[in-house]
Structures are given as structure tokens and as C-alpha cells.
Design a protein around this ligand. Structure first.
Ligand code: SAM
Length: 258
């Protein structure tokens, strides 16, 4: 397994904004009384616990490839069982009634194959629900790409951009067209972000997610310089208001019933 780039505490800084799509995804899953529910790429497990709250009679499990995330999840006072596993190799040992995966598949280039395997792994009438960010073209990501490709950083980070990690919603409808029902939609949230004085809120947000692989490749002094330069670009791209910093964020949702 590759090294762990995740920091659950940094990821958790905007937990309210990050969890909203999970609940909006889950609202479209009409499973009444599932027996076995899996949260694939469960992170630090708080949302897996919500699955256990919604379906108290089910066996609920969460897995994630990040040992740091699973260590934090296991410290929760909650019912789910948490394990370290990778979505590309995970196979359940019995049919699953609900698979949920929130903000994970954008990290997995081969996720279309994973989605097909998950449908096979479902029980008849079982549900798959996933949500992925669709923000590859957002100013935040354009700024990260531009900085990585700039003369100061291209030697180290010039290979950062590997293209949009997810497809349009219609692509997932086509992929899941054999299911008895499929529902796909998009939402652009306009989060209003706060940050402690002197910090850039958009930088704080991406430090928990999109910047992880970049920061992992830099020495601490380089990371400090890189993030300072990025903060300047973010200040221009996302002007602060008196009430906070508006941060539009597009997400794609897919729910299918086998
Ligand atoms: C943005 S976080 C989302 C965590 C959680 N689902 C939530 O909504 O709070 C992305 C998670 O995906 C996990 N992840 C990334 N690639 C993975 C893979 N190949 N297999 C399993 N988990 C993966 C990361 O470790 C991280 O915990």
C-alpha cells in the first residue's frame, strides 16, 4: 500500500461543509432494513456512524486505505467495525445491501472498474451511492495547476496534473444503465468559509484534500513557500467578504439500485 498522505485533523476542519453532501446522497437511498452496509473510503468514521444510526439493525463496516484515518475512526465511541483496505482490492465476503462512498472515487483512476465490481458485490435490490467532487476546473484547482507548472516549481511538481479524475454525471448513468434504477445529479455548493485571522480559508480547505499529494512531496520549508504563494493566488480568485469567503464547490452524486 502507498504511504499515508492523510491528516484526519486537517481534513476535519470544515467537517460541517464536507458532510452535507453525504446526507444529501443518503437521502436518496431508499433501503428500508438492510442487513449489511459498507462505507468505502470511510475516512475518520464519523459519517459511518451516521449509517449505523440510520440502520441500527444492520452490520455497518467502514474501510479506508489510510491507517491514520482508521486509527481515528476506531477511537470513536461507535458501533461500526473499521479496517484498513483499498477500494481497488476490497472484496466483501458476502453480498452487501448498501455500499456508500463519499468523496473517495476521485482518488482512484480505475474507479469505473471499481463501480462495476461493487454492483456485482450487491445483493439483489441492493444500493450503491457515491459522491465525487467535480471541481477540476474550479479556480482553486486551476491555481494549484498553474503554480505547480510555474518555473519555480515545475521541476518538482510539473507532473501534478493528470486531467479530470471523474467524468460527467451522464457517464456514470451510462455505466450503471443495467441497474433497475439510477439517479445522478450535480450540486454546486457555495460554502462561506471562515479561517483564523491571517490564514486563507481556501488554502485551509485544500490543505485537507487536493494538496495532500503535493505537500507529501515537499520538504517543510518548501511546503511553507508553496502554500504562501498559493494563498496569494487564492486571495485574488476568492475575494473575502465581511461575512466570510464564498467558495463554490461542484459535486456529482450517483445512486443506483441493483
Ligand atoms: C475526502 S476523504 C472522505 C472521507 C469520508 N468518506 C468522508 O466523507 O468524510 C477521502 C478518503 O478516501 C480515502 N481513499 C483514497 N483513496 C482510497 C483507496 N484507493 N481506497 C480506500 N480509501 C481511499 C482516503 O484515505 C480518505 O480517507
Amino acid at each position: 500500500m502507498s504511504r499515508d498522505i492523510w491528516d484526519p485533523d486537517v481534513y476535519g476542519r470544515y467537517a460541517g461543509e464536507r458532510s452535507r453532501p453525504f446526507f444529501e446522497l443518503l437521502a436518496r437511498v431508499a433501503a428500508d432494513d438492510p442487513d449489511y452496509v459498507v462505507d468505502a473510503g470511510c475516512g475518520s468514521g464519523e459519517l459511518t456512524s451516521e449509517l449505523a444510526r440510520r440502520w441500527p439493525r444492520a452490520t455497518v463496516e467502514g474501510f479506508d486505505s489510510s491507517p491514520a484515518m482508521i486509527t481515528k475512526a476506531r477511537a470513536l465511541d461507535a458501533a461500526p467495525r473499521f479496517t484498513v483496505a483499498d477500494v481497488t482490492t476490497w472484496h466483501p465476503d458476502r453480498p452487501v445491501d448498501v455500499i456508500v462512498s463519499n468523496a473517495v472515487l476521485q482518488w482512484v483512476p480505475e474507479h469505473r472498474d471499481v463501480i462495476e465490481r461493487w454492483i456485482t458485490a450487491l445483493s439483489p435490490g441492493g444500493w450503491l451511492a457515491f459522491q465525487v467532487p467535480g471541481n477540476h476546473d474550479a479556480p482553486s484547482h486551476a491555481a494549484i495547476r498553474a503554480l505547480c507548472g510555474s518555473p519555480a516549481w515545475s521541476d518538482r511538481l510539473g507532473d501534478y496534473d493528470r486531467g479530470a479524475p471523474v467524468g460527467p454525471a451522464t457517464e456514470y448513468l451510462d455505466l450503471l444503465g443495467g441497474c433497475s434504477r439510477v439517479d445522478a445529479w450535480e450540486t454546486t455548493y457555495v460554502h462561506v468559509l471562515d479561517a483564523p485571522k491571517g490564514e486563507n480559508p481556501v488554502l485551509n480547505w485544500v490543505s485537507g484534500t487536493a494538496l495532500r499529494p503535493i505537500l507529501d512531496r515537499l520538504r517543510p520549508d518548501e511546503a511553507k513557500r508553496f502554500t504562501a504563494e498559493l494563498a496569494e493566488r487564492f486571495e485574488e480568485a476568492y475575494p473575502a467578504r465581511d461575512f466570510g469567503t464564498p467558495f463554490p464547490f461542484r459535486r456529482i452524486f450517483v445512486v443506483a439500485q441493483k
